[in-house]
Design a protein around this ligand. Structure first.
Ligand SMILES: Nc1ncnc2c1ncn2[C@@H]1O[C@H](COP(=O)(O)OP(=O)(O)OP(=O)(O)O)[C@@H](O)[C@H]1O
Length: 214
C-alpha cells in the first residue's frame, strides 16, 4: 500500500495555506506534521481525508507503484479535533454506526468490547457517550479506528485531553498499526513517542508568500 500526495495546494478563505506539497509513504511509514498554530496542519489532513478539496494536486492510494490509484479518502480513517460521536447515543451505538459506515465489505475490525479493551475502557460501552469524561471520550473516539479496518490513519492532535497512560496506549496502538503495514499521517504538538517517523514542517501562508513551499 502506498499513499502518494502530488503537488498539493490548498486555500482557506482568500489565502493559499500551502503549495507544492508532495510525499509518498509506504506500508509501515508515518509522517508527522509539525508547525505552529495556524500553519496548515489540519488543512493538509482534511485534504488527505477528502474533507476539503485541494486547490491543486491529488492524494491517492495504490497497492503498488504504478498500479491503479484510488482517492486516499476511501482507504482512510480520520480522527479530527472533534470526536465525531453522538453524545445521546451509547458508546456501543456510536461504534456500531462507525463500523457499518466505514467498514462494509472490507477486512473486519475488532468487536465493540475488544475495541473498548484496547483503549483501556472495558465494560462501559452501554453508557451514553455524553456521560464520559473528556479523556474517556477521546479514547472511544480512537476506538473508532479499531472497529473497521482501514490502512491509512489520519490523526489530528490525537492525544489532546489525554493523561500520560493514554498517550502511551495510543502510541502503542499506532505502532501496532504500522507494524501490520498501516500508514499514519498525524499532526501533533506533543511527541507521540513513535520510534521511526518522517517529519513535514508546515509554515502556513507566510511560507507561500516567502517562497518556502514554491
Ligand atoms: N474554515 C476556514 N475558513 C477560513 N480560514 C480558515 C478556516 N479554517 C482554517 N482557516 C485558516 O487556515 C489557516 C490554517 O489553519 P489550520 O487549522 O490548518 O492550522 P493548524 O496548523 O492545524 O493549527 P493548530 O495547530 O492551531 O491546530 C489558519 O490561518 C486558519 O485561520
Amino acid at each position: 500500500m502506498y499513499l502518494t500526495a502530488e503537488n498539493l495546494a490548498a486555500r482557506r478563505g482568500e489565502d493559499l495555506i500551502f503549495v507544492n506539497v508532495s510525499f509518498s509513504l509506504g506500508a509501515g511509514e508515518a509522517l508527522i506534521l509539525t508547525g505552529k498554530n495556524g500553519s496548515g496542519k489540519s488543512t493538509l489532513l482534511r485534504v488527505i481525508a477528502g474533507l476539503l478539496r485541494p486547490e491543486k494536486g491529488s492524494v491517492t492510494v495504490s497497492d503498488s507503484v504504478g498500479v491503479e490509484k484510488r482517492p486516499a479518502a476511501e482507504a482512510s480513517h480520520y480522527l479530527g479535533h472533534r470526536n465525531a460521536m453522538k453524545t445521546e447515543l451509547t458508546v456501543a451505538e456510536n461504534l456500531d454506526f462507525w463500523r457499518s459506515f466505514l467498514g462494509p465489505g472490507k477486512a473486519a475490525g475488532l468487536s465493540t468490547e475488544e475495541a473498548a479493551e484496547a483503549v483501556g475502557l472495558p465494560g462501559i460501552t452501554h453508557l451514553p457517550f455524553g456521560y464520559l469524561s473528556a479523556g474517556q471520550q477521546r479514547r472511544f473516539a480512537f476506538a473508532k479506528l479499531l472497529v473497521a479496518h482501514r490502512p491509512v490513519w489520519i490523526l489530528d492532535e490525537p492525544t489532546a485531553a489525554l493523561d500520560a497512560s493514554a498517550d502511551r496506549l495510543f502510541a502503542d496502538l499506532i505502532e501496532m498499526h504500522l507494524r501490520e503495514g498501516g500508514i499514519v499521517v498525524a499532526a501533533t504538538h506533543q511527541p507521540l513517542g513513535l520510534k521511526e517517523t518522517r517529519e513535514l514542517g508546515m509554515t502556513g501562508f507566510t511560507g507561500v508568500e516567502q517562497g518556502v513551499w514554491g
